[in-house]
Design a protein around this ligand. Structure first.
Ligand code: SAM
Ligand code: ZN
Length: 158
């Protein structure tokens, strides 16, 4: 008689988050350095992204900007990775592996913990106090930066 292999248990679920909207939570202990999921979605150029979202100044986004200027828009073709929230004290990180983005754990994670990574969002314009407020962070970390925007380094005077 053929033996039926049991499906591996999913290591995380999507449910409501205390940080924002939906979030992704561990269902089991996950070791440090585990590759959890790819951030999937439609690939757009910067120009296509600007065209699509030109009139949209809502800070809520399912966009992931790559270093080469391309953008992954998880609004179409996205998976559970698009629900992972930002934290200023993240337990995961987004890793670029040959232009594909994977979410990996930075440390061992306990069941029930929310999975988060640092979004490192950089807007072209100056990160004014108003903009930082618009992108206010609610991660609740002891050293929360107060914004999900990346803190821009001050330029040195020459
Ligand atoms: C990719 S979605 C993450 C899923 C989101 N919770 C939802 O339900 O749609 C990214 C958006 O979630 C919100 N978000 C994520 N992390 C946040 C945080 N730490 N504080 C406040 N808002 C956050 C922001 O609006 C951000 O643009
Ligand atoms: Zn924070």
């Amino acid at each position: 008689m053929a033996t039926r292999k049991s499906k591996p248990r999913r290591r995380f679920v999507v449910r409501n988050s205390g940080i924002h909207g939906k979030g992704v939570f561990a269902t089991t202990r996950i070791p440090s350095g585990t590759r959890l999921i790819e951030y999937k979605g439609e690939r757009l150029t910067e120009a296509q992204t600007d065209k699509r979202y030109a009139k949209d100044d809502n800070p809520h986004t399912f966009l992931f900007a790559l270093d080469d200027g391309m953008v992954i828009d998880a609004t179409s073709g996205g998976n559970s990775a698009r629900w992972i929230n930002h934290s200023c004290a993240p337990n995961c990180e987004a890793v670029d592996d040959e232009d594909r983005i994977y979410i990996e754990t930075l440390r061992a994670i306990r069941p029930g913990e929310e999975l988060c990574y640092d979004y490192r969002i950089e807007l072209e314009e100056r990160h004014t106090p108003e903009l930082k407020r618009l992108y206010q962070c609610r991660c609740g970390a002891r050293r929360c930066k107060g914004t999900i925007l990346n803190v821009k380094k001050k330029k040195k005077k020459s």
